[in-house]
Design a protein around this ligand. Sequence first.
Ligand SMILES: [Zn+2]
Length: 411
Amino acid sequence: MLVDLVFRNAQLAGLPGPVDIAVKHGRIVAIGANIRCDAITEEDVEGNFAFPGFVDSHVHLDKASILERCTICAGTLEEAVRETAKAKAGFSEEDVFERASAVVRQAIFHGTTRMRTFVEIDPRAGMRSFQAIKRVREQFAFAIDLQICAFVQEGLTQEPETEEMLDEALRTGADLIGGCPYTDPRPEEHIRRIFALARKHDVDVDFHLDFSLDPAKTDLPAVIEATRENDYGGRVTVGHVTNLSVLDPTERSALARKIAQAGIAVTVLPATDLFLMGRDHQSNIPRGVTPAHLLLADGVQAAIATNNILNPFTPFGDASLSRMANLYANVTQLCRDEDLEEVFAMVSARAAAIMRADYGLTVGAPADIVILDAPDQQTAIRSIAPPLAGWKAGKKTFVRSRSHMFGNPGV
Ligand SMILES: [Zn+2]
């Protein structure tokens, strides 16, 4: 057999020992021990872990890296929305393109091969951020699949011109639509209009939802109802839902089963939730991170994602999903191998399922492969193992060299 590329000694999830992966015309044509083939290129993976790359299902590229333009005093959600709105009015297309490109470059070096980015569209942002992110999608298409979510952060019903702008974005290259009922004076009408636009353009929906620690303050029943009415099961995701984190296990489980039955997925955003929630507590501060791994047990599809990087929502970040998985596992007190395997799935295969991406290391799948400097997923999360190299459709997209120490390390 003549192939374009063969990986030797790759450790894959669920297999007892290392295998080879053969690639032809950008797709995987064989996986197995000691594949006999002639290959134009051969890569020795040296027993390290190979997978199709991390999947970041919730990122805001347009408002990343603006810390120096904002003032953080209270560290609350309200302040973050307000400060970012002020900064946003000054965004130019070039400015968004430069900042977003820098984050996408970082994400690629951290082994991310797919990303859903929200882009704010409203009278303050105009279509500038959207135009910039479309250029970013094109610029980095060789290494990463970027899904663009036309997003309304600051309310829809009180700014009627936003609806026409969202419609235009969906006509001109946005992949899906995102709503945020908690900032809208009429949350139920907001949800109704977002679904109407989604149906008009036949696109999926992703809501920022229930971002507080008060379970009584919820738009979830309205989203569940709208999902059913519109027959949108499997096409709706909700991000944050931090109020689930304060429910007792029985209440949380009952709600989780309703979410699962409606076909709604959940994305948990630990870095932002930890930073913004519980600001009115002086001690014993609640974590505000919804336990995504417990939702899985009730049948909910769930992912863990980055959300924001270096802005008033999250003044930290490097677009690394192994770091985010480590943060999540640490804060939710997970340590068993089977739990860490689920955490890994929530930054890879489960997030890919939410994005409905063609994903998996199987024969016939696209040869999107990332090698981590670790023997398995659990070690990768525990040690925040850096990626060593990545390929998309069989083409090498990046390489990172291991650190090298000079002198005598034995002394
Ligand atoms: Zn978000």
